[in-house]
Ligand binder design. Structure first.
Ligand code: IDC
Length: 481
């Protein structure tokens, strides 16, 4: 449709020139304005602008360009006013001049006419509202399919926002390939990128969590950008201890595809645990990652985590020996980000800081359980965060058993320093197991759940990342004062 419009535009220019030549005043106004659609992966806000410079500036600071949202008329008798809430950091767009004035009285900033709505009402912009988001609660699209998809995953249809003269382009993926620079995980523009995710429990234990509804909830309710697929190597149905490899690989396949569809990062986690030394299964690991990298290494959203938690006296030298065998296998197919576990259940990040690996795009993992690991480990993190790239590929707000009491205060202290240093974090775990680290209450149907089924851990996660859990009525906007 967009291409058709472009042709139409060229055609009209041509006709316009001829008509101008014969003294007609018909303009090529119908060509319209391409409205750029941008997405802020941190706040979840969608933003629209006709201004290429503004688009460029936003992309440079970490927004994702998602293609042409729609074609707006150059002018009409129906302006769309653009407002900004300096407290929530969110924009609002309205055709209603009195709503605009009311919001300005409440402290919103009027930013001028964003664009015009088509008086002939040719192409509707469907508006959806996300009841769980705080910033960026609204989405606008000319695609009825996108509208219906969002509604199917819990957004509310709110009718038509305004009209365009032409449809938007098919959405562009908002996934940027990650790498490491200056001890940070960064996107393609070099901006620090903070992975915010959830880990499955063991794929063999709780395969039911791998479904579209769950992953959509992770993204749209919790505002997460990452899912970690934890595949135990030795525990229960472990990949190296007689587990069903075909089933495990098929679950990874499904998980990768769901992440791809949803524009989320996907961590493929070789979850060593009771097999504390990764060298124990190094040959299986090489075969496994050869397969994974060959299959998925070309996708920008894939992250390889090659050993969850070395432990039981395994030294950093041994982890290095392992990594030096496995990473080259992955690098035959993919330059994507690789996460490497550190000794003592991924707590000794000082070791790689003193003796890093010789590969690009590698980050080292730090794992913590907030009720167990406090100032000592936080201090170790702070001492090393500017020495190597660090990702918290697993953490809990309970104790290190994955169960026991929850320590929100310690968890919040962790979040503060992770935020200050742009460190990614992935919560353990998405299952309904009866333990306090699980985000779903025991008995919850993992194929069909909502934020009403959350445990304390789940509600805590929801309260991070802008997901408030408390719906704001669409017509009542956040009062910035
Ligand atoms: C725990 C699970 C628990 C399971 C156990 C297996 O929560 O249900 O029975 O593994 O031994 C980790 C590990 C992670 C652990 C988690 C909590 O990476 O596999 O999951 N934990 O103990 N490191 C620190 C804590």
């Amino acid at each position: 449709m967009f291409h058709k419009l472009k042709k139409l535009w060229v055609g009209m220019m041509f006709v316009g020139l001829i008509l101008a030549g014969i003294g007609s005043s018909i303009q090529a106004e119908e060509a319209g304005q391409e409205m750029y659609r941008l997405y802020n992966p941190n706040s979840g806000e969608h933003f629209y602008t006709a201004d290429a410079d503004e688009k460029g500036n936003l992309v440079r600071v970490g927004w994702r360009y998602e293609g042409i949202g729609w074609i707006a008329p150059n002018k009409s008798s129906t302006p769309v006013y653009r407002l900004y809430n300096p407290n929530a950091g969110d924009h609002h767009y309205t055709l209603d001049a009195s709503e605009k004035d009311m919001l300005v009285k409440k402290g919103w900033r009027y930013e001028g006419i964003g664009w015009y709505s088509d008086d002939a009402k040719r192409v509707p912009l469907y508006r959806q509202y996300n009841p769980n988001a705080q910033a960026g609660a609204h989405n606008f699209t000319t695609s009825l399919e996108e509208n219906n998809h969002l509604v199917s995953v819990g957004w509310r249809a709110e009718g038509i926002g305004w009209y365009a003269i032409g449809e938007g382009s098919a959405p562009v993926s908002s996934i940027s390939r990650l790498s490491t620079t200056n001890n940070r995980v960064v996107d393609e523009n070099g901006n620090p990128f903070v992975l915010k995710g959830i880990s499955t429990h063991g794929l063999a234990w709780f395969p039911e969590i791998v479904n579209q509804k769950s992953f959509s909830n992770f993204k749209y309710d919790f505002g997460l950008n990452t899912v970690r697929l934890a595949m135990y190597t030795a525990e229960y149905g472990g990949y190296c201890t007689g587990g069903n490899r075909a089933q495990l690989e098929s679950l990874i396949d499904q998980g990768v595809n769901l992440c791809k569809e949803l524009d989320m990062y996907c961590v493929i986690d070789w979850h060593i645990l009771s097999d504390g030394n990764p060298l124990q299964h190094v040959n299986e690991a090489k075969q496994f990652f050869q397969k994974m990298a060959q299959k998925y290494g070309g996708l920008p959203n894939i992250i390889f985590e090659i050993c969850n938690e070395p432990n039981g006296g395994t030294t950093w030298e041994q982890v290095k020996q392992y990594a030096n065998q496995v990473i080259p296998v992955i690098r035959q197919y993919s330059d994507n980000l690789i996460l490497v576990g550190t000794p003592t259940w991924s707590q000794e990040i000082d070791k790689p800081a003193n003796s890093p690996l010789n590969f690009n795009n590698v980050a080292y993992t730090l794992h913590f359980y907030a009720a167990t690991h406090k100032d000592d480990l936080r201090n170790r993190y702070l001492q090393n965060v500017n020495r190597i790239p660090i990702v918290v590929s697993e953490f809990g707000i309970c104790d290190a058993s994955g169960n026991g009491g929850i320590d929100e205060q310690s968890a919040n202290q962790w979040m503060k320093i992770l935020n200050e240093n742009q460190t990614g974090r992935i919560l353990w775990n998405a299952s309904n197991k009866n333990e306090s680290s699980s985000i779903l209450a025991p008995g919850t149907n993992m194929g069909n759940w909502t934020t009403r089924n959350l445990t304390t851990s789940g509600r805590w996660l929801l309260s991070q990342n802008g997901g408030g859990g408390t719906p704001t009525p669409p017509s009542v906007l956040v009062d910035p004062t």
